[in-house]
Write a protein that binds this ligand. Structure first.
Ligand SMILES: Nc1ncnc2c1ncn2[C@@H]1O[C@H](COP(=O)(O)OP(=O)(O)O)[C@@H](O)[C@H]1O
Ligand SMILES: N[C@@H](CCC(=O)OP(=O)(O)O)C(=O)O
Length: 374
């Protein structure tokens, strides 16, 4: 488990750099900063570290090339602009990393690459093979083809998925802020930096507005969600400022900068991790406190403990299990669809057949298909 004290021993490191760090306010690339980060990353590889870079800014680079002042609105336009920008991004990295003697590879992923078991295994194998060859994989979402169901939607989540897929030691997210503050520091000058976040409680999630900077996607919200994926996958995550000189070296030297999310000790088994974080969430059930305790002790989710059902989900889809206070306790695959779950909630197992006319399962979610997050 990595804490501030032993970060220098981290070997496999995923670094995510957001659009707000890679571009100027004008929307044009910030070459000065990109060069500095490429130099730092190259130096880490020379020290024997394995580095995966998750980069944003394809859309920004494409907009700049086309002279667009506003983000494209339609999906085909967005995809076209990202396809143009991705080439420009890779050209830049190829050139700069090449100057430091590094070999890079482009890896474009979609949600399917972490949801489908075979694609998950393929992505993992490719990334690990590249690392083995001493190459720096440069990852972005495959924006040109990923729409709706296939889309991860933001690179914070993507970077946490990548970190989870390759069993990284740490994930470093570089942004235009020093870390997570008690409030949006761009709007509230009195907001204070949180040096460490232990439990990702509903209060912590509430610190982040839904939006980010003008050019970024998702703001602090998606970074905290990424924290959930990372810590539950055994990956310690840090958020720090990409404009700070020598930021990566300072982090690895254990300096108290940015915000650290310390990983949980037990890494989820690969299948459970995929179940919890690869799949799209289709709805939630809210359970009573007795049920919450039973789940924590390893029981399956029974209809009797469910108080409320949110959203419309099909049988077999991934849903969240929330406490009465709104805390996410677990995720799992539902044996009943939303409508059936509404009809049987609060009932004992032996009453299900009477209400639904059939009872294919005793449990609403079987414990083998459930990942506890507490
Ligand atoms: N509690 C918070 N702490 C820090 N930043 C916050 C918070 N709430 C919202 N933000 C916003 O999140 C932004 C960073 O996210 P984003 O714009 O998506 O950047 P990136 O391109 O690096 O992903 C900050 O500029 C800030 O406006
Ligand atoms: N895949 C998109 C970036 C999406 C995204 O999450 O952006 P950011 O919030 O800047 O990390 C792109 O390359 O433009």
């Amino acid at each position: 488990m990595f804490t501030r004290n032993n970060l220098k021993d981290a070997k496999r490191i995923v670094v995510k750099i957001g659009t707000s760090t890679l571009t100027h306010d004008t929307g044009k690339m910030n070459f000065f900063r990109i060069e500095k980060l490429v130099r730092e990353l190259s130096d880490l590889v020379n020290q024997g570290k394995e580095i995966i870079l998750v980069t944003s800014a394809a859309v920004s680079a494409g907009m700049d090339r086309l002279g667009l002042k506003e983000r494209p609105k339609t999906i085909p336009e967005k995809q076209a602009v990202a396809a143009i920008g991705q080439g420009i991004l890779m050209h830049t990295y190829e050139k700069l990393f090449g100057e430091y003697g590094q070999i890079v590879a482009q890896v474009l992923l979609t949600r399917e690459d972490s949801v489908k078991r075979t694609r998950y295994a393929n992505s993992r194998n490719t990334l690990l093979t590249l690392l083995n060859m001493g190459v720096i994989p440069i990852v972005n979402e495959n924006d040109a083809v990923a729409i709706d169901e296939l889309k991860i939607g933001d690179n914070d989540t993507l970077s946490a998925m990548v970190a989870s897929i390759v069993d990284a030691d740490i994930l470093i997210i570089l942004s235009d802020v020093e870390g997570v503050f008690t409030d949006n520091p761009q709007k509230n000058p009195n907001a204070c930096l949180l040096s460490e976040i232990g439990d990702i409680t509903p209060e912590i999630e509430a610190l982040s507005g839904e939006t980010g900077s003008l050019r970024g996607t998702g703001g602090m919200y998606t970074k905290i969600q990424a924290g959930k994926i990372a810590v539950n996958s055994g990956v310690t995550m840090l958020i720090a400022s990409g404009s700070r000189d020598g930021v990566l070296r300072e982090i690895l030297n254990g300096l108290n900068i940015g915000t650290i999310f310390i990983s949980k000790e037990n890494r989820l088994q690969i299948r459970k991790r995929w179940l919890a974080f690869g799949a799209r969430i289709h709805g939630s059930v809210i359970v009573d406190s007795g049920c919450e305790q039973a789940l924590a002790a390893g029981s399956s989710l029974l209809a009797a403990g469910i108080k409320q059902v949110e959203g419309e989900f099909e049988q077999g889809k991934t849903i969240r299990i929330l406490s009465l206070a709104g805390r996410e306790i677990a995720r799992g695959l539902a044996n009943y669809n939303a409508e059936e779950t509404r009809r049987i909630m609060g009932l004992h197992t032996n009453e299900i057949a009477e209400v639904l006319g059939h009872k294919p399962y005793d449990e609403v979610i079987h414990r083998d298909n459930m990942t506890l997050l507490v």
